[in-house]
Write a protein that binds this ligand. Structure first.
Ligand SMILES: NC(=O)c1ccc[n+]([C@@H]2O[C@H](COP(=O)([O-])OP(=O)(O)OC[C@H]3O[C@@H](n4cnc5c(N)ncnc54)[C@H](OP(=O)(O)O)[C@@H]3O)[C@@H](O)[C@H]2O)c1
Length: 246
């Protein structure tokens, strides 16, 4: 896939799936803006995108930081052709121990952050731009353990279904889709991948019998962001070894 001349912004572009996406977009010729918070992760991403692009520290749980981010992008780069709304966390206490504060800690990133990244990027999206969210198989399939995280990703799935069919956006040629990964070995899942019992328990739920790789999700994000998916909008592409359908 050729992204030469395209300007792409990837939230959570400093680790795991987002970093793999940023790297593949850069390899395919895009100018890539990678967003994260942690300085060490930002430095890692810098080596991936610095030749033609930049990393920017921004906490997407803060709508005012997103406004500032987008005004910088407008001033420096002028527009966005690809927007990967990928930043997310999965930490939440057991459902019975949830408090308003721990609820907000997850929802402010996974839902409010994703929403306002989209909202404040809208004026910058070029004609024919592609937006790809990162959802989760948890947003569509019942799994014990993580109802709040699952709910946050169900929100993303429903949001994309409507945003992707918005006539005003489609008039501008803007497509909106979601990639829903199954279990992927990244820093987000390191606790599970380092625990033999958890690793195999999850493996057993995946028809293909193995965890996925960040690169495999990134390939799906690039597909939906590319002209190869020019007639696809509002869609969900699962990248989960068949888990959602088992
Ligand atoms: N790994 C899986 O099994 C899996 C499965 C389904 C869906 N997903 C989804 O895939 C996406 C990426 O996950 P991953 O596995 O690649 O996780 P990861 O390696 O932990 O990366 C998460 C990225 O999001 C960024 N991020 C988190 N909160 C942020 C905030 N408030 N503001 C800005 N950036 C923030 C992180 O940057 P900082 O570290 O600097 O905060 C990091 O770059 C998430 O939406 C996740 O829910 C993952």
């Amino acid at each position: 896939m050729d992204f030469s001349g395209k300007i792409a912004l990837v939230t959570g572009g400093t680790s795991g799936i987002g970093l793999a996406t940023a790297a593949k977009l850069a390899q395919a010729g895009a100018t890539v803006i990678a967003i994260g918070r942690n300085p060490e992760r930002l430095a890692t991403a810098e080596s991936v995108v610095s030749r033609n692009g930049e990393t920017i520290a921004c906490d997407i749980s803060s709508p005012s930081e997103i406004v500032f981010l987008m005004s910088h992008v407008k001033a420096r780069w002028g527009r966005l052709d690809v927007l990967a709304i990928n930043a997310g966390i999965s930490d939440a206490p057991a459902i019975g121990d949830l408090t308003p504060a721990t609820y907000n800690a997850l929802m402010d990133i996974n839902c409010r952050g994703a929403t306002f990244t989209f909202v404040h990027a809208l004026p910058l999206l070029a004609e024919g731009a592609a937006v790809v969210f990162t959802g989760s198989v948890g947003g569509r399939k019942g799994q014990p353990g993580d109802p709040l995280y699952a709910g946050s990703k169900g929100f993303i799935r429903a949001f994309v279904r409507s945003a992707g069919t918005d006539r005003a956006l489609l008039k501008r040629g803007i497509r909106v889709n979601v990639v829903s990964p199954g279990p992927i070995a990244t820093p987000l899942t390191s606790e599970a991948t380092q625990d033999e019992a958890a690793l195999h328990w999850i493996e057993d739920m995946i028809p293909m019998g193995r965890w996925g790789l960040a690169d495999e999700v990134a390939d799906a994000i690039l597909f939906l962001a590319s002209d190869a998916a020019r007639f696809t909008t509002g869609a969900e592409l699962t990248v989960d070894g068949g888990m959602a359908h088992a």
